[in-house]
Write a protein that binds this ligand. Structure first.
Ligand code: 26A
Length: 345
């Protein structure tokens, strides 16, 4: 089946980050005014976190960055190299080498923009039990510019794509690049998929998010992200996740022939698939506490599993089941990493 997949079918853009991950006590989160299961952009006061994680908590270094994670997972499941292409910006340093090496090992085709004067971005991952809190110092990732997409080779790769995936996180960096890719997808009638990514995106980047929403064919998000979007839209405070999903799919859409779909995850509770007025539930296998290594990357892995099937034209049912499989696997491994061969049938 995967033989029919051509190279470069799936195009993703995002922030390539090296995760610096450690198990920490709750008061460490409090020290930096962070919440469990949150994702934030680092401010000046967060800068000591990275060194502290390394020196006090024996942090591990893991390939991260939301979209790059999803594409690595999709590649792992697809098994055929270079079906997925990734664009993002890194520095010229060891961290960039680690990221490129992990991406390449997964079969992902990365085309980084490289900024020599800025270090590669990092993300502090603070693990507390089954929760994780993320604090990203985007550094070079924040320097991605649209002219990287103008390089003829990259332009050709974008035009060659059949499916496009970009995180809401990337709205903090370069809305014009996102609009460019969305417009390409639209002109070619190819699916454009996005992720709400984190509550702060809806809180602080609602305007560029709404600008791209008419292009979005599939929107992913978790419960907290969907609620933050609903709040940003002043939707009724008592709207439950189903209602929010219905309102998300009803937002303006440029291509009405392909109605928007919302896929909302809620941890170990069922995944909701919202289309038109219908909401379907897909159960999640609950892992035993001793099986959980960390939940970092679970949401990205869900999307990766979903994409691995979506690009093969599988039904949404199969895509979501594979998303659940991938998320379950990643939770049993440190960060967004996998072990062995995929076992999704
Ligand atoms: C703009 N921000 C805050 C971010 C991120 C991010 N990826 C892109 N942009 N903040 C955290 N991450 C990544 O999310 C993964 C877990 O879902 C982390 O690098 C981590 O690998």
């Amino acid at each position: 089946m995967t033989d029919t997949l051509r190279e470069g079918s799936l195009v993703g853009l995002g922030n390539p980050l090296l995760d610096i991950s450690a198990v920490v006590p709750l008061d460490f989160l409090q020290k930096y005014a962070m919440k469990e299961d949150d994702a934030i952009l680092a401010e000046e006061r967060h800068m000591p976190i990275y060194r502290e994680l390394i020196e006090r908590f024996q942090a591990e270094f893991l390939a991260g960055g939301s979209v790059q994670n999803s594409l690595r997972i999709a590649q792992w499941i697809i098994g055929k190299p270079k079906v997925a292409v990734f664009f993002g910006c890194v520095g010229q340093d060891d961290y960039a080498n680690i990221l490129a090496e992990k991406a390449c090992a997964a079969g992902l085709d990365v085309h980084y923009q490289v900024k020599c004067d800025t270090p590669t971005g990092t993300c502090a991952v603070l693990i507390t039990g089954t929760h994780r809190s993320l604090c990203a110092n985007l550094a070079a990732a924040n320097k991605f510019t649209i002219d990287h997409l103008d390089i003829p080779r990259n332009q050709a790769l974008i035009e060659n794509g059949l499916y496009y995936y970009i995180s809401g996180f990337f709205l903090t960096v370069t809305p014009p690049s996102i609009m460019r890719v969305a417009a390409t997808a639209h002109a070619r009638q190819r699916p454009f998929l996005m992720n709400l990514s984190a509550p702060f995106i809806s809180q602080f980047y609602m305007a560029p998010l709404l600008a791209v929403m008419p292009y979005v064919d599939i929107i992913f998000g978790n419960e907290a992200e969907a609620k933050a979007f609903a709040e940003g839209q002043c939707w009724p405070a008592d709207a439950d996740l189903r209602e929010i999903g219905k309102r998300l799919v009803a937002l303006d859409k440029l291509n009405p022939k392909r109605p928007r779909i919302a896929i909302l995850t809620q941890g170990c509770d069922p995944v909701l698939l919202v289309q038109h007025d219908s909401v379907q539930e897909f159960p999640v296998t609950r892992l035993a506490a001793h099986e959980i290594v960390d939940t970092n990357g679970a949401g990205d892995a869900f999307v990766g599993g979903f994409l691995s099937q979506f690009v093969q034209g599988k039904s949404l049912d199969v895509c979501i089941r594979c998303g659940n499989y991938a998320a379950g696997h990643i939770i049993k491994n440190p960060g967004c990493t996998y072990s062995g061969k995929p076992e999704f049938v």
